[in-house]
Design a protein. Structure first.
Lengths: 475, 638
């Protein structure tokens, strides 16, 4: 392993190093100085994010177990930026008295799952893939139980652990069937040997349900409500944004590069799941009054839209999924950021508490409005193009009815996103939440997500860059 | 070619005003935020007038056709080599005309609102929403391509949602803004589908390419037939659905009366002059494609327009909320405009309907904004929307009274006020195209005069209502816009629209056809007279006369029993057998369907709640069942 190989694996290696450094610093700090970990880690992670943007070549390591190219690096960078924003938004919450002793835990667990996701994205065989999957999942369960003195948080952790064990089991069963039918665990070999035999379809379905669990597609989504509600808000934000974004990335890579030969079969499955997921997610989100649950359920519906791009099955489909996830990350982090800022300072999480927010906190409300417009897909905010490209790619593959149902669902979703906007801007309230000033880190995190939503909507080069990179993957 | 790049400022100024007020308005004194909003719009209006003068007169060679030109364009999203989305500014007769309409009415509404909204806690918020709306609407009319138009179309929808829902005192207002939003959203769905079909079929979004009479869009793009009509026709019908939603055409009109829950200046801006005519503008914008490529779609436009105008006029006769009367009246007048487009041909005198429609759009914007603002002044004075709470206000509100009367005469089509000219052109166009539609429009003209004067007498004459506080005339800041708009309503009819706004840009000649004009004025006068007999006299005859001329009085009081005849005709026949069933149909069938959709969604959301029980075993069960079902379907069945 020479220097260029290290550079190739820099995302994973630097994160590992970072996690270790945080651990060591934590060991050597006195209890009252623990808060120093926060600025140190943030600056180190910021450097890591920057290093991630160094140019990278296409390359393969460990005899094909690990591979990388421009597109995969881009995906990792997108995740890094998202995590950076979440870390910034968590600062106020981490500084609270009850979290002081466990600050480093938060960072180490979070970085571990990120390492796992990076390995999954770069995996060239199912072994690496599975290791990455477990590394990405188990620490999240610990994170969900972070405030374990609260019953709900502990319950969230144990529920996530048990259900993900179930899904991992089924996924592993699928992988073993794949190995049994093709005699290989390497993606390249499997692609050549994969045909339409019942056993291989069965194996694919097992694999897919495991991924559907991560993406919280209906009916594999039931864990989400309890876990999202019980986990601390910043962990929920991480779960529903970064974790899901990564799962979407990985799903599309695997679908397009490994299982592309059975696309005619999996397209039927995706078609069905997409409709169910969009509709059920929307119906649940309609009724939510708790902002955390509301955003969580709306993110289920959003995941349904991602499947449209996969169904597109062409370069445009891949580009549109990546672009959508990028937009989704920024928009959702904007919304979660506001909810988190408000919940950390005031402890309020109900939609009714947002009545008349604009009168007291106009900047927070405007950002929230921007983020919700983006999630709802109102032009010209970024989210509109995210959805538009997904619809266009599905339409180009001839799925007109699916696009119609998706547009219908987007219309319904607009209704409940606007309920929040209405609460903030229109509803009268005798005692709206008092004005408060967030600290610097939170504000930077919020501003970053706001800028992201804006830039993505108005700067089309980003789409073209993703498009050119995607072109390399699918011939 | 003259340089029009500066027109970019016309939409941008309101946008920056919106940002300024939205971010820093809460720190300003209310008056300051009002003045900033008003002066921003004032500058935009001056620029719009300059543009109009330059385009129509100063920079134009006499006798030449008006061409459309792009003042500014950037490539915004480059998707593929074929498909690139642009953002720009299109200058042509109708967009310049709309610039004038929007900036004028918006400016008037801004000035008026300084008085009307005085003391409201959200004063700056109101002005920032107004600016946002003006920006979206200006962006809509200046769009160079249909995609850009759609973007601003949605922005218009959102900002109007914010404005309609501005008052949240009454629960009915909550329902109203929801309803407006949901109904127009579903119509917009049609618009989006139409855009996708049209652009897929023609390979372009660009208006200039689309509407070029000799271009490929019109000559070659009819497309395969689907259910008896070409794909082009279908796509235009879908686009028209979007337009019908925004313009409150039957059966998408149900949101308009309810939207009256918003502040009255908002109704003047949105529901009289700008947003509701967006649908007319959309059809006018794509008119060459409609007229030359898909005449079938144009027939749909004509009949929907004609039916809506009659339907709304009949209902307007039965309403007692003065803003609702005006709302139905707007729907009826927009029906006129749609009908005029629908019966029009392309080029020269054939395009009379096109010209008439835009002409009527222009004059209607003036007098309907005036009516709404006048109604606002009345509501401001008596604190009620109900006509039964009013009466005898002409003494208390002299300026409002005179300007309101002018507007009523204008809408009734009395010469030489502007409404006469534009309505007459529409009737001529309808006469040459379809006698049935022509007959409908004649009836509507009479009904219009009748219900407007019923309103007028009910507010300003009629019984002498006792008010708790003596109503007083609105402050100058509110009456001056009324006077300016009254001036516009009187004289706008003399604008030479035949030379300026035509389907192919070339001027054409047509004289007033007295065989149509005279009866149309007469029918208007008859409508006014009937209203006068029925609504003015109730308290106008002094008791003295009654005492001395007992028998004559009895007859006179009974209006020579004509009243009973009219009452019988109107109440017993029109009201009971036409208006009431129509209103019932409107409320129960059309509304009910829309409400039903919402109800089913809520019910479905409630009934799947049981799935989310919190029990882990159940989650695992569902997970495994899902997997097994997928396996069963795809391994064994497919």
């Amino acid at each position: 392993m020479n220097f260029s190989d290290i550079l190739t694996m820099r995302h994973e290696l630097m994160l590992t190093l970072l996690a270790l450094v945080v651990l060591i610093i934590d060991l050597n700090l006195h209890n009252r100085d623990k808060h120093l970990i926060i600025p140190i880690t943030l600056s180190l992670f910021f450097i890591d994010t920057l290093v991630g943007f160094l140019p990278a070549d296409k390359s393969v390591l460990f005899g094909g177990m690990y591979r990388t190219n421009g597109l995969l690096v881009l995906m990792k960078n997108i995740l890094n930026i998202g995590v950076l924003i979440i870390l910034l938004q968590s600062v106020t919450w981490l500084k609270k008295e009850e979290n002081r002793e466990k600050i480093s835990e938060y960072f180490i667990l979070l970085f571990s799952t990120l390492i796992g996701m990076n390995f999954m994205i770069s995996s060239g065989d199912f072994l690496m893939f599975y290791l990455g999957l477990e590394l990405a999942t188990i620490p999240v369960a610990a994170l969900a139980a972070y405030t374990h003195h609260q019953t709900k948080s502990a319950e969230a952790g144990i529920k996530l652990l048990l259900t993900s064990a179930l899904s991992s089991g089924i996924l592993l069963f699928g992988i073993s069937l794949i190995y049994g039918s093709t005699g290989s665990i390497y993606f390249d070999t499997i692609t050549e040997l994969y045909k339409n035999s019942p056993m291989q379809v069965l194996a694919f379905i097992f694999f897919f349900t495991g991924m559907a669990f991560k993406l919280s597609l209906v009916p594999f989504h039931l864990w989400t409500a309890d876990v999202y509600e019980g986990a601390p808000i910043n962990v929920t934000s991480y779960l529903s944004v970064i974790s899901k974004g990564a799962a979407a990335f990985i799903l599309i890579i695997v679908m397009f590069t490994v299982f592309n030969t059975i696309a005619p079969v999996y397209n039927h499955i995706l078609y069905l799941i997409a409709i169910i997921t969009m509709t059920v997610g929307n119906l649940f989100a309609l009724r939510q009054k708790n902002m955390k649950r509301f955003l969580a359920f709306s993110s289920i519906a959003q995941a349904g839209f991602i499947l449209l791009g996969i169904l597109g099955g062409n370069v445009m489909g891949m580009t549109s999924v990546i672009y959508f996830v990028l937009v989704y990350i920024f928009s959702n982090l904007g919304a979660f950021g506001v909810v988190s800022a408000i919940s950390t300072v005031t402890g309020k999480e109900s939609m009714d508490d947002y009545d008349g927010l604009y009168a007291t906190n106009p900047r927070l409300s405007l950002l929230m409005m921007l983020a919700l417009f983006s999630l709802a897909g109102i032009p010209p905010v970024a989210g509109f193009f995210g959805k538009f490209f997904l619809f266009a790619s599905a339409a180009s593959a001839g799925y007109y009815w699916l696009v119609f149902i998706a547009v219908l669902n987007a219309t319904i979703s607009l209704y409940y996103y606007l309920l929040v906007v209405k609460a903030m801007f229109i509803n009268k309230n005798e005692t709206p939440l008092a004005y408060f000033k967030s600290d610097l880190a939170t504000r930077v995190g919020l501003i970053l997500s706001g800028i992201g939503i804006f830039i993505l909507g108005f700067w089309s080069q980003i789409y073209e860059v993703i498009n050119s990179l995607s072109f390399g993957i699918i011939h | 070619m003259a340089d029009y790049t500066y027109t970019l400022l016309i939409p941008l100024i309101p946008f920056f005003v919106f940002l300024l007020l939205g971010l820093t308005g809460h720190k300003m004194k209310p008056v300051v935020s009002g003045l900033i909003g008003t002066s921003g719009l004032g500058i935009a209006a001056i620029l719009a007038y300059t543009t109009a003068f330059k385009y129509f007169w100063a920079g134009h060679v006499a006798g030449a056709a008006y061409t459309s030109l792009k003042a500014f364009e950037i490539s915004w999203l480059h998707l593929t080599d074929k498909l690139t989305i642009h953002m720009g500014i299109l200058i042509d007769p109708i967009s310049v005309m709309m610039l004038v309409v929007i900036t004028t009415v918006s400016l008037m509404v801004h000035i008026y609102s300084i008085g009307y909204m005085k003391g409201d806690p959200g004063f700056y918020r109101f002005f920032s929403f107004l600016s946002l709306f003006s920006f979206s609407m200006l962006g809509l009319v200046l769009a160079t391509n249909i995609f850009q138009m759609y973007i601003f179309w949605e922005l218009v929808g959102v900002s109007s949602f914010l404005l309609i829902g501005y008052y949240y005192d009454k629960p009915s207002a909550v329902a109203a803004s929801k309803k407006a939003f949901i109904v127009t959203r579903f119509a917009d769905l049609g618009f989006l589908i139409g855009i996708l079909m049209l652009s897929f079929n023609t390979g372009t979004f660009d208006f200039q390419t689309l509407t070029d009479p000799h271009g490929p869009a019109i000559t070659q793009a009819a497309g395969a037939a689907f259910m008896g009509m070409s794909v082009l026709t279908w796509s235009l019908i879908f686009i028209f659905v979007g337009g019908a939603g925004k313009s409150a055409m039957f059966p998408f009109h149900i949101w308009l009366p309810d939207a009256m829950e918003g502040p009255t200046p908002v109704s003047a801006l949105i529901h009289a002059a700008t947003m509701v005519v967006a649908g007319v503008y959309l059809v006018a914008r794509l008119f060459p494609v409609f007229a030359l490529g898909a005449p079938d779609a144009l027939h749909v436009v004509a009949w929907i327009g004609g039916f809506s105008s009659l339907f709304a006029a009949v209902i307007a006769c039965t309403q007692t909320d003065i803003k609702r009367v005006l709302a139905f009246s707007t729907m009826s007048q927009i029906g006129y405009m749609m009908l005029a487009l629908g019966v029009s041909g392309f080029g020269g005198e054939e395009g009379l309907g096109f010209m008439a429609s835009n002409f009527h759009l222009f004059t209607h914007a003036m007098f309907k904004a005036l009516l709404f603002l006048g109604a606002g002044a009345v509501i401001h004075a008596v604190h009620s929307n109900e006509i039964t709470d009013m009466g005898g206000l002409r003494k208390h509100l002299p300026i409002t009274h005179i300007t309101f009367l002018i507007a009523c005469l204008t809408i009734a089509g009395i010469p030489p006020l502007s409404g006469f000219f534009s309505k007459d052109e529409i009737l001529v166009a309808a006469f040459h195209a379809n006698k049935m539609l022509f007959a409908i429009e004649y009836i509507v003209a009479g009904l219009t005069a009748f219900y407007m004067f019923r309103l007028y007498y009910g507010i300003f004459w009629g019984k002498n209502t006792h008010y708790h506080h003596t109503p007083h005339e609105a402050p100058k800041v509110m009456t001056i816009p009324l006077m300016i708009l009254a001036f516009g309503s009187v004289f706008a009819g003399f604008l030479p629209f035949k030379d300026l706004v035509t389907s192919d840009g070339k001027a054409f000649e047509s004289a007033i056809d007295y065989w149509i004009a005279v009866p149309s004025v007469l029918i208007g006068v008859v409508g006014i007279l009937i209203a006068t007999i029925m609504y003015k006299k109730e308290t106008a005859i002094p008791d003295k006369v009654a005492g001395t001329l007992k028998h004559l009085y009895k007859w006179a009081h009974r209006k020579f029993y004509m009243d009973e005849v009219y009452l019988f005709v109107t109440r017993k026949i029109i009201f009971r057998y036409i208006s009431v069933p129509l209103a019932w149909f409107d409320r129960h069938i059309v509304d009910g369907t829309m409400n039903g959709i919402a109800g089913i969604t809520q019910y479905a959301a409630y009934s799947i709640k049981g799935l989310q029980s919190g029990k882990l075993q159940q989650y695992a069960f569902v997970f495994i069942s899902g997997t097994i079902i997928l396996v069963l379907i795809f391994v064994y069945l497919v």
